[in-house]
Design a protein. Structure first.
Length: 307
């Protein structure tokens, strides 16, 4: 049985699994927040094989940032890129690598949080604050993010949401054709905000964590369309965070007289997740390992299972 066929079977199994209950959908969304530059189908493949993946990249990408893929590591099989490669591709989590310690991703901390909020105030996107305590700054940024998510959904996804509305009748319905829960747009908003919020470390209320609506989405085509929208909008929102944090950190390095020009920025890498390509999602990383030729094997770890 070919690896390509095994991967397709894995996809067919897990595309329905992720919407089978709220907790599974939330785990998928948390993974989406971590590897947001990939598209839905490949995030699904990571979920099926290595759900705790944090930072991924292919063999060559890891090598470019001074890390190598460790001997014996099994790659995570993802779908081929029609633009780049016609055959199955493999990426590795940072835990499969070793080598140079470099900052390959972004995180919100006390320093860049305040500067980011101040920048948004200067741009007129956030009202000036009275208290600069961390909790207050996080709340301001969280509220801005909510508005931003809804704005991007309206601007970027109008056509696709319209298509989903036609399929579902505008809302998800139960077996008796009675309305169940929020509209498609509201479900999209809640899913995207959860993916973004968990990536940014926001405190999420019980209502914001309630994903029970997901069990009412059925049919592979509907799941794919909805999941693709979630991943696409999440990527747009998180790329702004990446840009702002990277800019702040670069300014800080310049101020401190350091210039790490040999470390690729996340505009090129999602620290081991590659930017999306037309019709495919792919990001690059540099993993620690070497001593592996190309990792052309499907991950064989637990859950990590099949391929």
């Amino acid at each position: 049985m070919s690896a390509d066929y095994k991967v397709q079977r894995l996809y067919d199994e897990y595309i329905k699994d992720i919407v089978s209950d709220s907790d599974k959908w939330k785990k998928f969304l948390e993974l989406t927040g971590r590897v947001y530059r990939y598209e839905f189908d490949n995030i699904l493949m990571m979920y099926a094989q290595r759900p705790n993946t944090t930072l991924v990249g292919d063999y060559d990408s890891w090598k470019k940032v001074g890390r190598y893929v460790k001997r014996g590591s099994k790659g995570i099989a993802i779908f081929p890129s029609k633009v780049l490669k016609p055959h199955m591709r493999y990426v590795f989590d940072i835990s499969d690598t070793a080598g140079r310690n470099v900052n390959l991703t972004w995180n919100l901390n006390d320093y860049n949080l305040k500067i980011m909020v101040d920048e948004l105030i200067d741009e007129g996107k956030i009202q000036p604050y009275i208290s600069n305590e961390k909790n207050n700054l996080q709340k301001l940024l969280k509220n801005y993010t909510k508005i931003n998510v809804r704005s991007i959904i309206r601007e970027k996804s109008e056509v696709m949401i319209s298509e989903l509305n036609q399929i579902t009748g505008g809302v998800i319905k139960d077996r008796d054709n009675k309305t169940q829960g929020p509209t498609v747009e509201e479900m999209l908003y809640k899913s995207v905000f959860y993916a973004v919020g968990t990536r940014c470390g926001f405190n999420m209320s019980s209502e914001e964590q309630d994903m029970n609506f997901i069990i009412n989405i059925s049919g592979e085509d509907n799941i794919y369309r909805f999941g693709s929208l979630v991943c696409d909008v999440s990527c747009s929102v998180l790329k702004e965070f990446n840009y702002r944090v990277r800019h702040i950190e670069n300014e800080r390095r310049v101020t401190n007289g350091r210039n790490e020009t040999n470390v690729p920025q996340e505009s090129r890498w999602n620290v081991v997740s590659q930017p999306k390509t037309a019709g495919n999602s792919e990001r690059r990383f540099d993993a620690g390992g070497k001593i592996r030729d190309d990792g052309s094997r499907i991950s064989e770890r637990e859950r990590e299972k099949q391929v």
